[in-house]
Design a binder for this molecule. Structure first.
Ligand SMILES: [Cu+2]
Length: 193
């Protein structure tokens, strides 16, 4: 129903207003038949993205927020400590370890990520704390919501490699060919690990 009403809406808007050009990909990521939250969906082979103006991984209640963050290459990510306790944040990125050290509530550190890849964040003091920053080299990406759903809009028509990544290690890739101003709905099944 939702898709029907959206398509109808998009037809009406394209006749009355200037719709943002390009194709759209929506869909759902599933693993063993269940929706997968926080899966990264992106299209490779796209024009170079701009760095994001702002990106933050907060530390609150001994938790990194958000748990998964997607940024474009060149983005500087802030790591404020808004917790009453000290954290010692470190990460693996590009097969190297970097350390932000310990810093107090109300202070911050930042790191610029210049290459695509996965940043696995951990805390030396609290072994339960973990988060991921997924650095993409494309402007076309999305993170699935709690229903496993995603939407990528305003895509320049063309052939891309669609990739899905999940922190469990499950991943998939497939070629997609998108034509101008069309909406595509995909169901993407990850194999459980
Ligand atoms: Cu900690």
């Amino acid at each position: 129903m939702w898709h029907n009403s959206f398509l109808l809406g998009s037809v009406i808007f394209s006749t009355l207003f200037t719709q943002p050009p390009g194709a759209e990909v929506t869909g759902q990521v599933l693993m063993l038949g269940k929706p997968v939250r926080d899966a990264v969906v992106y299209l490779e082979g796209a024009p170079k993205p701009s760095p994001l103006p702002k990106a933050v991984v907060d530390q609150r209640n001994k938790t990194f927020v958000p748990h998964v963050l997607v940024v474009t290459v060149g983005t500087t990510v802030e790591f404020p400590n808004n917790d009453v306790v000290l954290h010692n944040v470190f990460a693996y990125y590009e097969a190297k370890r970097f350390d932000l050290g310990m810093y107090r509530r109300g202070t911050s550190r930042s790191v610029t990520f210049d290459k695509p890849g996965i940043v696995a964040l951990l805390c030396n003091i609290h072994p339960d704390m973990s988060a991921y920053i997924f650095v993409v080299d494309t402007p076309y990406y999305a993170l699935t919501d709690k229903n496993g759903q995603f939407r990528i809009r305003s895509i320049v028509p063309g052939t891309y490699t669609l990739r899905v990544w999940h922190e469990s290690g499950a991943a998939l890739s497939q070629k997609v060919t998108l034509k101008g101003n069309e909406a595509y709905t995909l169901s993407l099944a990850l194999k459980g690990k």
